[in-house]
Design a protein around this ligand. Structure first.
Ligand code: ZN
Length: 162
């Protein structure tokens, strides 16, 4: 395998592993923010587009984003989202999903939660389309802009406020 390809391959797998770690932590550690039951949050299959986890008691849905950081006690200003178009279509329809953010620094992990009722269009920042030479040319993603809404996040240490 060429060196550049190997690098891309490693990046992809480590990104997937990070995503898995985030979802595993939520399922293991968190009770459902909606019905408060424990051990009811389950992972959804990867091809399930709108959400990553579901509560198998009340049907609560949430997205999970994991990010490696220097300090798990500081919420980053932005984190990488996903594809822009479906996000835009949901926003146009007034649909939002609650969001767990898992910050990881080696063995230090901290979970933050943002209820869907606090989400607004301006926290979703569209990225430039990928260049015509890219593998997924024209594909457009978005960032979550967390800075303006950081106060609305609660961490797993303040779980009672969910
Ligand atoms: Zn529930």
């Amino acid at each position: 395998m060429q060196k550049g390809m190997r690098y891309l391959f490693d990046m992809k797998t480590s990104k997937q592993k990070l995503g898995q770690l985030g979802e595993d932590l939520i399922v293991k550690k968190m009770s459902c923010p909606k019905c408060q039951k424990t051990r009811t949050l389950k992972k959804l299959p990867n091809n399930f587009k709108c959400a990553d986890i579901i509560c198998d008691f009340c049907g609560f849905l949430a997205q999970v984003k994991a990010s490696t950081v220097r300090d798990v006690n500081v919420l980053p200003e932005t984190i990488l989202g996903a594809a822009w178009r479906p996000q835009k279509e949901r926003m146009d329809a007034g649909i939002y999903f609650s969001l767990f953010v898992v910050l990881v620094n080696g063995r230090n992990r901290k979970i933050y939660y943002l209820d869907k009722k606090y989400q607004r269009p301006d926290m979703f920042l569209v990225r430039k389309p990928l260049s015509p030479t890219a593998k997924r040319a024209g594909w457009q993603g978005f960032y979550y802009q967390l800075k303006s809404i950081a106060k609305r996040f609660v961490s797993d240490e303040e779980k009672t406020n969910f």
